[in-house]
Design a binder for this molecule. Structure first.
Ligand code: KIV
Length: 276
């Protein structure tokens, strides 16, 4: 069944947990979609896990449109959320709406995600008025690492906690349909989750969130540069891929690949004629 923003809102009412993973290309989107995931985030984490940057700051609108197009060709049922990259919604409302529009018109995403709370409410409001649903994202917002001084758990002091709760309420007020809570102590996520009527999607935010999201390369063991504490690794595909590539190298070197079944035949008469 096709998942929409209404599916997300209703899940909270029915107390049903929501599932999300990231994807950045057609093949992975197709696999996770067929597995029955509720939502796919084309995250700006593409910059780290696919493009090899140290952080997400260098990711461009063109990068996001390119990867969102690929994901939307692969996913038939999941809600596709496209991340707005750093500096695509920081300058003014007009540019923010235009950039969000590209992710919908060109990328074929269903909605967009922006990092931040009270500082960017005017941009979020503008995007929603343009009929583009918005997912919020508060807590550890990776586009702000230079302000935070690194990837650090948020919501540990009274001031930080109060700001997170206020930001979540303001995001709901301006019309966000869901909010990602990243790297927040689980009891604080519980307070936030219980104080708003839109679903919270946690990553490193504990079990009380209305749903969970993981970076697909982390959960499948395909990105080993850095594995955060909150990641559960469901498979170690890096090991499996390594083994498969080693087997392939051995086969080719020994001449045991390709076999007859992998090769194409030519009519013997034509071969004879060629050799005349
Ligand atoms: O870009 C991303 O993958 C994200 C998730 C960490 C929520 O924003």
């Amino acid at each position: 069944m096709k998942k929409t923003v209404a599916t997300f809102k209703n899940a909270k009412i029915k107390n049903e947990k929501l599932t999300m993973v990231t994807s950045y290309d057609y093949s992975m989107a197709r696999i996770v979609d067929e597995a029955g995931i509720d939502g796919i985030l084309v995250g700006d984490s593409v910059g780290m896990v696919t493009l090899g940057y140290d952080n997400t700051l260098a990711v461009t609108m063109d990068d996001m449109v390119h990867h969102t197009k690929a994901v939307s060709r692969g996913a038939k049922n999941a809600l596709i959320v496209a991340d707005m990259p750093f500096m695509s919604y920081h300058v003014n409302i007009e540019d923010s709406i235009k950039n969000a529009g590209r992710l919908i018109k060109e990328g074929k995403a269903h909605c967009v995600k922006l990092e931040g709370g009270s500082d960017i409410l005017d941009k979020i409001e503008g995007i929603i008025k343009a009929q583009i649903p918005v997912m919020g994202h508060i807590g550890l917002t990776p586009q702000s690492i230079n302000m935070f001084g690194g990837f650090k758990v948020q919501g540990k002091t009274i001031n930080q906690i109060q700001k997170l709760i206020d930001d979540a309420k303001k995001l709901e007020e301006v019309g966000a349909f869901a909010i990602v809570l990243e790297c927040i102590p689980e009891k604080i996520s519980k307070i936030i989750t219980e104080s708003i009527s839109i679903p919270t999607i946690g990553i490193g935010a504990g079990k009380y969130c209305d749903g969970q999201i993981l970076v697909v390369n982390d959960m499948l063991g395909m990105y080993s540069d850095f594995t955060p504490k909150f990641v559960k690794q469901y498979k170690n595909l890096k090991e499996d891929i390594n083994e498969a590539i080693n087997d392939y190298i051995t086969d080719v070197k020994k001449g045991t690949f390709p076999e007859e079944k992998h090769s194409f035949k030519i009519n013997e008469k034509i071969l004879d004629e060629l050799n005349k």
